[in-house]
Design a binder for this molecule. Sequence first.
Ligand code: HEM
Length: 393
Amino acid sequence: MQLNPFSHEFHADPYPTYRWLRDHAPLYRNDELDFWALSRFRDVLEASHDWQTYSSAEGTTVERIDPAAFGERPMMIFMDPPRHDRLRKLVNRAFTPRRVADMEPFARATVVRLLEPIVAQGGGDFVKDLSAPLPMEMIFTMLGVPHGDRVELRRHMDASLERAQDSPIIPQHAIEAMLAMLDYWTRLVAELRRRPNEGLISALLEAEVEDDAGGKTRLTDGEIIGFCSLLGAAGNETVTKLLANAAVLFSRHADAYARIREDAARIPNAVEEVLRYTSPSQYQGRVTTRDVEWHGGRVPKGARILLLTGSANRDEREFPDADRFDIERKIPVALGFGQGIHFCLGASLARLESRVALEEVARRCPRIAVDEARCVRVHMSNVHGYESVPFSV
Ligand code: HEM
């Protein structure tokens, strides 16, 4: 069997391939695409914590990236310590649990505003009408993007994510939209330096931590711009996918939907189960910094290796009856947000958005009936989910 992260068939149902890998090739090698892969829960967990051996500095997808491409606007997700830790510490100063918790009323108001027309019409597109606009509004608000700029910025963000069918090559108009976004962040950061507001960017401009020499260090404008671009990419796509995956699962499992309608206290664990069952982020790519041994095989230094969280989350060695969707399942260690030093910065925000969205959906929609024949999947190498989910309520 082959693991081809670009195959559309694989995107439609990666789980039989994952099962085969776990059982027959727990250390897998793909010569054609030149990568290795680990698929069992315990192996993925161990490697996720070992940043010394598994480096992020050449990107986290099958396709390698050149860190130099980001120049003065680096992203910490593509860095190893100590550079990663300096940025993460600075960002933690501003991206506080308090700032996230304060977003709950805005999240709820946004969900209600987006849901009301859907309910009135008896349905809509779960992605386009709800799960895509929600995280974007949340991030714009957190960062402090002025209202007047949002429509244009959202247009650029949407365009930057568009991909041609069957091609891993990024189309020219998407590249232009990315550049327009960088241009926008550059102007906004300069403007907020002159006139700060209540948002995260202004807080980042102020954030200070001690450096190794005992002095103080702050983020440069370029680092803040890199961070805004990272949040745009990491914080939008994933929540959009998680919520739409939830809609599809609750449509398939009307009994589970009835249970969250009955008691909203079941929703946080249901979110964890959706994250386990269909992780929006299917793998984290790394490059080995030394030779390593797994299951009797040797991975040489400098090799690309995928930590298949999407597979690890279905490992029956860890989760009894792993292919069963069970919103009451205990999940002692979650892998859907990664593990180790790159553990998702936005995990608490993602959990909050997902919980609030499902609470309001459950309160207002007696049923979720997804028209699966008309659903359209995204085709990206490590993001799993839909770009369109037509449904009725
Ligand atoms: C369901 C939603 C989400 C999922 C499944 C998800 C998943 C992940 C995963 C798996 C990683 C680890 C990457 C690695 O180890 O290479 C990660 C990192 C990250 N995520 Fe998320 N994420 C979600 C939502 C968000 C949101 C809402 C934000 C922003 C506010 C965000 C910001 C980040 C950032 C900045 C990192 C890099 C952290 C670092 O390098 O230290 N994510 N996310």
